[in-house]
Design a protein around this ligand. Structure first.
Ligand code: UDX
Ligand code: UDX
Length: 472
């Protein structure tokens, strides 16, 4: 493999921690910095803190050897050739990205710069952040020849973060300087050359030695816009299919058939056309708002994004209306909620539509028993248990004696539920599925009333017979 490079990653959250262990996996030496002392101590002891496939094994393999953890950014800066900034860029009141963490990291790096370093924006940031980081470092007295700032956006998805990092669709490097672009190319060389994929113990995925990922070199500003535009486009795709699913409901068509029919057009593609209860997570809501805000500040009309957000918010209200129409009234009803995370295979509840819906149901006077395979602890911190909101040990315990069961997260575990067991546990076999995990006719055969997204509702065969005989 190519020569090892000394890398610092600042911020050890979903993006930073995954980047750090993956850089070690492709042969580099990494120091991971976080200003949260308890997080650093946990990582040093091998606790990943987040739920990600392959992460525990990689952390175990590299922790305190090829990846060390520290709170000391000055020391990490001095020890590294490239410093990746992966701290949070939360949404501020007006929709803008709050860049204060990025700014304070840039100031601290500036104080320790004494030889040439490449500073890399890994966090999702608006266009012009690169220029601001340069200006901030210069204002702190550092000569311009001592550093370059590069934009290298990260496209990993939570839940599949490690495999996404090591098998990317593309690697985007926005660099306005030749030496900085060359260093980034060397860092990613084990992936772009295909060498990593020839290793017998490489993490499996879509790339291979004969089909390695492509590195796209752009200007820094273009790379910043690539990241925001990618997330905004994916969010748009989801809102589009959600709007079409509403049309399907109004006409009796089936969104699964329609999405397949659209997606088979290779110009459109079938991914990110799953209808549901709206997108959530730490990226799409924040990045759509930030991109809209950037456009506004530049005097560009991008109201399309406002519509994307509107459809997304409406989708949760439509789901609540479905639950209400299935149960007639909501006050006093006991409801099982399967899923708290913003999507399956992660314990992240940031901007989770499931959490919003639980709050809406509680406000309507329902009592809830919730279950999630990994996110209960985090959900309890936000929504503490109460007589109205309990947390169950498994899906069947949550379903016991309920008036209806709601599926709010697309965990694989839920799609594999034992339907006869679920049926027996529930008081009334009513399932409202916000993620279309089941085939309606299977649910009907198992005796459920089954209401999903963009597909005709089905009722148990017995009810239909009763309705038919009542009509005679
Ligand atoms: C976040 C943003 O949500 C995303 O848009 C951006 O691309 C990268 O940062 P994530 O990794 O999910 O993604 O955030 P989070 O899990 O909050 O991790 C950020 C880490 O940075 C935390 O561990 C925090 O303690 C640390 N941090 C924050 C610092 O080390 N220094 C700071 O000044 C601020
Ligand atoms: C997203 C981007 O996909 C990733 O490239 C970027 O780096 C970070 O933001 P992530 O937030 O981890 O990743 O999850 P993603 O799989 O994109 O899902 C986001 C939300 O959209 C989830 O709430 C998910 O349930 C929803 N979604 C996704 C749909 O409702 N339908 C779909 O077809 C796909």
């Amino acid at each position: 493999m190519s020569k090892s490079i000394q890398i610092a990653v600042v911020g050890s959250g979903y993006v930073g921690l995954v980047a750090a262990v993956c850089f070690a996996e492709i042969g580099h030496s990494v120091v991971c910095v976080d200003n949260d002392q308890s997080k650093v101590a946990a990582l040093q002891s091998g606790d990943t803190l987040i739920h990600e496939n392959y992460l525990p094994a990689l952390l175990q393999r590299y922790r305190n050897t090829k990846v060390r953890f520290t709170t000391d950014l000055s020391e990490a800066t001095r020890a590294s050739d490239a410093i990746f900034i992966a701290v949070g860029t939360p949404q501020s009141e007006n929709g803008d990205a709050d860049l204060s963490y990025v700014e304070s990291v840039a100031c601290e790096i500036a104080r320790s710069l004494s030889s040439y370093k490449v500073i890399v924006e890994k966090s999702t940031v608006p266009v012009y952040t690169n220029e601001w980081i340069c200006r901030t470092i210069e204002r702190n007295g550092v000569a311009r020849s001592l550093f370059d700032v590069v934009s290298n956006p990260e496209f990993l998805r939570e839940g599949t973060a490690v495999a996404d990092f090591l098998h990317p669709d593309r690697i985007v490097v926005g660099a306005d300087s030749e030496p900085a672009a060359a260093l980034l190319a060397r860092i990613y060389a084990p992936l772009t050359s295909g060498a990593y994929y020839s290793q017998p113990d490489a993490i499996p995925g879509r790339c291979s030695a004969s089909a390695p990922p492509h590195l796209l070199l752009t200007s820094a500003k273009s790379a910043e816009i690539v990241k925001h535009a990618s997330n905004a486009f994916l969010a748009l795709k989801i809102s589009f299919i959600n709007a079409v699913s509403n049309l399907c409901e109004a006409t009796g068509a089936n969104i699964e058939q329609v999405a397949r029919g659209i997606g088979l057009d290779s110009r459109i593609g079938s991914r990110f056309l799953r209808p549901g209860i709206g997108y959530g997570g730490s990226c799409f809501p924040k990045d759509v708002a930030a991109f809209r805000s950037v456009a506004e500040q530049l005097g560009i009309d991008f109201n399309l994004l406002t519509e994307v957000e509107k459809i997304n918010a409406e989708q949760k209200k439509r789901f609540l209306a479905k639950v209400r129409s299935a149960l007639w009234t909501l006050r006093g009803k006991r409801i099982a909620v399967l899923g708290l995370a913003f999507k399956g295979e992660t314990n992240d509840i940031r901007e989770s539509p499931a959490i919003d819906l639980i709050e809406m149901l509680l406000a309507e006077g329902c009592s809830i028993v919730a279950y999630d395979p990994a996110a209960i602890e985090r959900a309890q911190a936000e929504l503490p248990p109460s007589p109205q909101l309990q947390y169950a040990q498994d899906a069947y315990a949550a379903a016991t004696d309920v008036d209806a069961l709601l599926i709010l997260t697309d965990w694989r575990e839920f799609a594999a539920l034992d339907l006869p067991r679920l049926y027996t546990a529930m008081r009334y076999p009513v399932v409202v599925d916000g993620r279309n995990l089941f085939d309606p006719s299977t649910m009907q055969q198992h005796g459920f009333t089954y209401i999903s997204i963009g597909r005709p509702a089905v009722y148990p065969a017995r009810d239909l017979e009763l309705a038919a005989s009542a009509a005679k």
